[in-house]
Ligand binder design. Structure first.
Ligand SMILES: [Zn+2]
Length: 83
């Protein structure tokens, strides 16, 4: 009896954890974060077309390029731009 109960609890906990991490992943993937109106870096206005094209965009094209450039010449953290 107690075994069954524990099993059920373990299952519930696992499901909860799964849901939590799943929602984290979903947040990341289809991030409904609004695109920024202004570049986070230089403060320039981000064109509407870019805001539509890139969901959750934070930088103007110029700053984005600089960011990607730095990522390319490699500080060793290639996927750092997301956080
Ligand atoms: Zn900028």
């Amino acid at each position: 009896m107690t075994f069954d109960l524990n099993d059920e609890m373990a299952q519930a906990v696992t499901e909860q954890q799964l849901r939590a991490s799943l929602s984290l992943i979903l947040d990341e993937v289809r991030s409904d974060k609004p695109s920024h109106h202004f570049c986070e870096d230089c403060g320039a206005a981000i064109p509407e077309a870019r805001r539509q094209a890139v969901r959750g965009v934070r930088f103007c094209i110029g700053c984005q390029e600089v960011q990607e450039h730095y990522q390319h010449i490699g500080t060793g953290k290639r996927y750092d731009s997301r956080r």
